[in-house]
Design a protein around this ligand. Structure first.
Ligand SMILES: [Zn+2]
Length: 247
């Protein structure tokens, strides 16, 4: 083995030093990136609880909670002691975004006129199947007349003037109503699940009000969905009463 010259030895030492320096720098860069990712994750986690976050999954679809302000037009803030009915509505106006629909309800406290009647929904099912929760399920909404004190109101966004809905909306609606039947120990069927039209004669939801067979099919699909399902909630916020004022 040849003896290493002093110059060669110095060169190797400098190279080793250089490598060590770059290794430290690379390590620091990685730590910095990880820290940054952690901060971003933390920020999104903090905001997810208050604004647009996943609250719960019902079937394959997520529920986002965007509670209305307690007010006499859309969220009376009264407690629901017993739920015996689920009332199904549709928006009527085609292709309304679920969040926009919720915002329309929220605006009613300021924009109502003397001819308006209080109206609101616990849940709105969007055209992509995502669900927006406006009112906790242990609080009253203006579901439909005599069912305000014992009903959960669910509205779906229809896609055309005949009131039809997308496949995702249908599936999500089936899951949501099945979950509600489970939550309140209701037997899926014509007594527990009502169309708005069953209560007031108003053609709402237009599609089901004018297609009796589709309504029967829907009730069957809910019963089928419920069979053998366990809807244990991972996040009880869906039930939270915000008679304290909500957010
Ligand atoms: Zn209706």
């Amino acid at each position: 083995m040849a003896v290493m010259s002093k110059a060669e030895w110095n060169r190797r030492r400098r190279r080793k030093k250089k490598i060590r320096k770059y290794s430290i720098l690379a390590g620091m860069a990685i730590i910095l990136v990880l820290l940054l990712l952690l901060i971003i994750k933390l920020i999104s986690w903090i905001f997810s609880g208050t604004d647009d976050g996943l609250v719960e999954k019902v079937g394959d679809y997520k529920v986002t909670q965007k509670l209305l302000t307690v007010n006499e037009w859309t969220r009376p803030g009264t407690k629901l002691d017993k739920v015996t009915q689920i009332i199904v509505h549709s928006t009527g106006e085609p292709n309304v975004n679920a969040v926009n629909r919720r915002d329309q309800y929220e605006a009613m406290k300021d924009t109502h006129t003397s001819t308006d009647t209080p109206e609101s929904m616990h849940f709105i099912v969007g055209t992509d199947g995502t669900i927006v929760q406006c009112i906790p399920i242990n609080e009253a909404a203006f579901a439909s007349k005599r069912f305000n004190e014992c009903g959960i109101s669910v509205e779906f966004c229809n896609t055309d003037a005949e009131g039809a809905m997308s496949k995702a909306t249908y599936e999500s609606l089936v899951s949501l109503v099945a979950y509600l039947c489970d939550e309140f120990n209701l037997t899926p069927g014509k007594d527990a699940i009502l169309r708005h039209s069953d209560v007031t004669g108003r053609m709402c939801p237009l599609f089901f009000a004018t297609n009796a067979d589709s309504w029967t099919q829907f009730l069957d699909d809910v019963a089928k969905e419920l069979k053998g399902k366990d809807y244990t909630l991972s996040n009880p916020i869906i039930r939270n009463s915000a008679v304290n004022g909500g957010n």
